[in-house]
Design a protein around this ligand. Sequence first.
Ligand SMILES: [Zn+2]
Length: 261
Amino acid sequence: MHNKKGIFIFLWCIMLFCGCQIAAEQLEQGLSQQTESVSQTEDIEKAEVADVVDGDTIKVYLDGEKYTIRMIGIDTPESVHPDQSKNTIYGQKASEYAKEIFQEGQTVYLSKDVSDKDKYDRLLRYIWLEMPEDVNDEKEIRQKMYNAKVILDGYANAYQYAPDDTLYSLFLSFETEAANEKRGLWAENGLNQENIQKAEQQQQKLDAIEGEYAFIGNRNTKKLHSPLCSNLPKEENRVYFQYMQDAIDQGYVADKRCLGE
Ligand SMILES: [Zn+2]
């Protein structure tokens, strides 16, 4: 009798312990989910538009100070370059596009990729026209992020500048979409010849990213590159590989700039 009661208490303790464990795990999971979703938007800075410099640069007030923002992942034709010969009618149009979107005093939301500033001390940011709920959601990126909209509307090229290139392949696909549909500046002979060529190269890069080829070698230098590398060999010198080992077996050496060690 005494013994039975002892066993009962023992089992009851085990059940209690397990119950606590499960509850503790659930609590922990709940907490970590919460911190994850918060951390996505907690880094977003609220700012006020001061001026538009050009299609990919604006000035904002942030915490009472004025900053220049270089928008991540995009490049628009020049309109205010100190070297006048670099400024084009297309740069002017890209600048007008930005001026239609950004009004002085407008609230915008800024998010970072990796870096805080570039070498010219400009803030490197994605600019959201509305507060996003999930900064990684493609639908929200398309609808609310200026960096994406300006490419989708055909006023900017996708631009890769490591390490702030998390959205580069997405932006490349937006550029292809805009170019194919001849939106914005693409309607006017695709910005210019140089950009048409760039778009073709980017389509090739995109094909490579989408899995046909994972590596691109240079048959002359025997260097092996990522399809995202900014120093890809000329088309006629390219050799495509699906597996790195195949390239290494043929004497190729990984380019440290794009493939690490
Ligand atoms: Zn490379």
